[in-house]
Ligand binder design. Structure first.
Ligand SMILES: Nc1ncnc2c1ncn2[C@@H]1O[C@H](COP(=O)(O)OP(=O)(O)OP(=O)(O)O)[C@@H](O)[C@H]1O
Ligand SMILES: [Mg+2]
Length: 397
């Protein structure tokens, strides 16, 4: 097929031609946002899922949905090692600036901007990475306690009050939430909880790796009252079929059913992999309908592309010892494994490899589905590890 017309879109955060299987969640969250805007009780959501399942593109689509409904949205991503106030302050400022352009919300929004100035000045010592333009001078007594929880709560309340005056809601879309420090995540939850108690229309829709579940549990017991934690995962067979077929059909290209089944079986329905296989199959197929043999021929290319980007990007962020740990996990297969079994493969006591396990969790490479269990956060990572570290040499490295 003509590569210029190739509809598939593998890539981190690259919107797919067909966002399959997420309609229900979009509807549910649309209702929740409308309720929050109306000052009614509703749970927001933290989307939880492995790498490449489509959290970021879903978050972006939800944001478009919210904007289309007249909600004021801002978006941020939590990089590793950045403090929560440093991530949020510029976004909250953006929201307040937007609200301040509406006459009825102007005064309250300006008060919010003054509160941000107070918070930034008082927290700057503790959180030196905060960088945000200040539009107003701080005012003594407004969000300048120097205590993160109380100052952030004041700012968030002010954002909520301004949104209320403007007849809208402010929704902050926050990606990679698992990189927030647990205590700072707790503070954020506490501030949102306070806003919810006052029926103020401000909330967060977040997304992150499964370690987020443990963080939320530990952070504040009322995280569960504020958020649902919908699992974003691989697509069902019919959803995956749609993700592959619909974009091609729109371009006048058909698939033989066996070809689609082959793609689904190779990708296990994981969205990133579906896009990669779709792309390479399209490029290789000479005629429509696309055949199973086209898919088989495209597999080498699809795998090579994944190894070079999706997998490689994660792999390169680990130290040699961490790689060894991941390789030992791969030896045991794709599922969750007991820490003791992994240590046994490495011929080390569990305690000796515990720090490696922890740093891999912090980097978002693995997570702990249950106490003492360890699993990859990247689907099919075990097979990649075996490809990139074949044989037995890795044991002695
Ligand atoms: N529902 C879907 N249907 C079809 N393709 C999808 C769907 N969701 C995501 N994709 C595709 O999957 C790929 C990965 O999406 P995205 O970057 O949003 O995943 P992610 O969960 O944020 O991954 P990471 O944890 O690595 O950030 C993209 O190429 C995107 O187009
Ligand atoms: Mg993402």
């Amino acid at each position: 097929m003509d590569p210029v017309l190739n509809p598939y879109a593998p890539g981190a955060g690259t919107p797919p031609p067909e966002l399959a299987g997420r309609e229900q969640l979009r509807r549910d969250l649309g209702i929740a946002m409308a309720r929050i805007r109306a000052g009614r009780v509703a749970k927001s959501a933290m989307l939880v899922g492995l790498r490449g399942v489509g959290k970021t593109v879903l978050l972006d689509r939800l944001r478009e949905d919210a904007e289309a409904a007249g909600i004021c949205t801002v978006r941020a991503e939590t990089p590793e090692n950045r403090s929560m106030p440093a991530v949020l302050a510029p976004q909250l400022r953006q929201a307040l600036l937007r609200l301040s352009r509406q006459a009825k919300a102007k005064d309250v929004a300006v008060r919010g901007l003054i509160a941000i100035a107070g918070m930034v000045r008082s927290l700057k010592v503790k959180f030196s990475d905060i960088e945000v333009a200040l539009d107003y001078a701080p005012e003594a007594g407004l969000a300048d306690d120097g205590d993160l929880e109380s100052d952030l709560t004041t700012v968030m309340e002010q954002v909520g009050l301004a949104a209320k005056e403007a007849g809208t809601a402010v929704v902050l879309f926050l990606d990679e939430v698992q990189y927030l420090k647990e205590d700072q995540f707790g503070v954020l939850i506490a501030a949102l909880h306070r806003c919810a108690q006052r029926s103020l229309p401000v909330t967060i829709i977040g997304a992150g790796l499964p370690q987020l579940l443990a963080m939320a549990g530990n952070a504040k017991s009322y995280a569960e009252r504020l958020f649902d934690f919908p699992v974003i995962g691989e697509l069902t067979v019919s959803q995956a079929r749609l993700a592959i077929e619909k974009p091609a059909n729109s371009a006048g290209v058909e698939y033989h059913p066996d070809a689609v089944s082959e793609i689904i079986s190779l990708t296990h329905g994981y969205p990133y992999f579906l896009q990669e296989w779709g792309k390479h199959t399209w490029d290789i197929a000479a005629t429509s309908p696309i055949q199973r043999s086209d898919v088989q021929a495209a597999t080498v290319e699809a795998l090579a592309a994944l190894d070079e980007s999706f997998f490689r990007m994660r792999f390169d962020r680990t130290t040699p010892k961490e790689k060894q740990y991941l390789r030992a996990m791969a030896e045991l297969g794709p599922d969750r494994h007991r820490s003791g079994d992994i240590a046994a493969i490495l011929q080390k006591p569990v305690g000796a490899v515990a720090p490696l396990r922890q740093s891999l969790i912090n980097k978002g490479m693995i997570w702990s589905p249950a106490h003492g269990d360890t699993a990859f956060t990247v689907p099919l990572f075990d097979e990649f590890m075996k490809r990139i570290m074949p044989g037995n040499d890795w044991r002695s490295e």
